[in-house]
Design a protein around this ligand. Sequence first.
Ligand code: FPP
Length: 337
Amino acid sequence: MTAALPPSVTAARDLVEPVLREAVDRLDPLSARVAAYHLGWVDPAGRPVDAGGKALRVALAVLSARAAGGDAQRCAPAAAAVELVHAFSLLHDDIMDGDHMRRHRPAAWTVFGGSAAILAGDALLALATELLLRDGTRGGVRAARRLSAATRRLIAGQASDLEFEKRPDVSLEECRQMSADKTGALLACACSIGATLAEAPEPLVTALTAFGADAGLAFQLTDDLLGIWGTPEKTGKPQMSDLRAGKKTLPIVAALTSGTEAGERLARSLVVPGPRSQADLHEAARLIDEAGGRAWAEKEAEHLFDLAEGHLAEARMPADVRAEFLAIARFITSRDH
Ligand SMILES: CC(C)=CCC/C(C)=C/CC/C(C)=C/COP(=O)(O)OP(=O)(O)O
């Protein structure tokens, strides 16, 4: 069953959006225009719209402050910083992958051009650092260090993702590491940044980080599944673009390494050079399913949800905060967008 976006996400977005808007307003006019479009606040002509992302990382960051008994308002710049790193990564990812659609709209680079989109991404990354350094406490410095380390892992994961496109022999373990870096590291940082800022006891920060790492990998597995079998009307992105680009996502690698006849046939079809027809892509999706890649990914996402839940059970925090963390983790594994 598909879970709905939990209400805590909307409340956190309302808290953090003014901080994001104030930060983006300080950018040069071109970067500010591209960023406002990419963040879903305006249309290409600059008229106000409401077309943003799900704001999951913002919600997780605010929850992590509440888990530590910290002040949600004080955590808003840190939550905004995490969202800005996420926004930077999507802006650049669409350029690298040549993807034309993001969040049901033309990707920013198709509207403003690649150079302007690259600059806007760079500007968002710089803003993220500034926002974190505004909190001059020891917790603020630790939080800035953690976000910087997570950003380095996100970049390392993206580097592996690109490299794997050209390699037919990627192992499931390599693919898992790439996904943990590309997506899990920032989710883990979001889940612990508020507690880090509040200088919470180390066991709480460790448990929240572990929760976020497992939920983050489950997030990427679900994203990989939606990339093949999702509905573009819901995801806001074209179907099959990973397969078209030769990406080694987890369900694909699980199928390729399954030792099945379908996995062998999939491997042979993926090494054929040149553009793939819609029929070829549907056949590849069928082979992934037949080789067990889809079932494996669904089961693995469920297993990671259980692990994430276990980490939360170990941590001391108010019961309502735990319930809200779990609702987001449940959304992550059963979402359709
Ligand atoms: C350095 C670089 C270019 C890195 C790219 C890394 C990258 C694209 C990781 C994918 C993460 C992911 C699944 C995003 C969708 O998040 P979401 O569904 O929460 O997005 P939303 O904000 O649109 O809801």
